[in-house]
Design a protein around this ligand. Structure first.
Ligand code: MN3
Length: 204
């Protein structure tokens, strides 16, 4: 059984950047539904239950055809939100330091330039989807990318993700209405760079 991560902060803890009702609905309804649907699909093919979510997405073509699209949508929704919610913190914001900051400066010029690129990627994603920072280990390079729907970079051959930014309207519409760019600015106010740095350490 795949499980939603337990939040170590209250739904209201990210106010005013992300409002409590959005957080509660997003986690307790949207994320819960993706997770339940993903687990229900895997009951049809129990051998998949022993694999990690990463293994499943990196070999999506090996998933039986009758559940493949469902796994892509709901498994993606399960996994992507686990990364997203884990990266948020009432103590977030600011800037990264240490090895991660050095790498960002080398690959993007500055942290502001990286934020700008992620923001543009999220704003340019038409309809629903995600913006990402990934680490391309083979090229030793940080890369900004985006995916549609609940797809993620693992499905496209990446072996890790460092930042996951949900740009579905359900992530921001109650507070920000059509102003996705304002929500993206707010996301960086609650992004826990220590978690990003820890993901980078594991990916290297
Ligand atoms: Mn979402």
């Amino acid at each position: 059984m795949f499980k939603q991560i337990q939040l170590d902060y209250a739904f209201s803890a990210l106010e005013p950047h992300i409002d409590a009702l959005t957080m509660e609905t997003h986690y307790s309804k949207h994320h819960a539904a993706y997770t339940n649907n993903f687990n229900a699909l895997l009951e049809k093919h129990p051998d998949l239950q022993n694999k990690s979510a990463e293994e499943i997405f990196q070999n999506l073509e090996a998933v039986p055809a009758d559940i493949r699209q469902g796994v892509r949508n709901n498994g993606g929704g399960f996994y992507n939100h686990n990364v997203y919610f884990d990266l948020l913190s009432p103590n977030g914001g600011g800037s990264p330091s240490g090895v991660l900051a050095d790498k960002i400066n080398k690959d993007f010029g500055s942290v502001e330039a990286l934020k700008d690129e992620i923001s543009k990627s999220g704003a340019a994603r038409f309809g629903s989807g995600w913006a990402w920072l990934i680490y391309d280990k083979a090229a030793d390079k940080l890369v900004v990318t985006s995916t549609a729907n609940q797809d993620n970079p693992l499905m496209e051959g990446s072996d890790n993700v460092l930042i996951a930014l949900d740009v579905w309207e359900h992530a921001y519409y109650l507070k920000y209405k059509n102003l996705r760019a304002d929500y993206i600015k707010a996301f960086f106010e609650v992004l826990d760079w220590n978690k990003v740095a820890a993901r980078f350490e594991l990916a290297k």
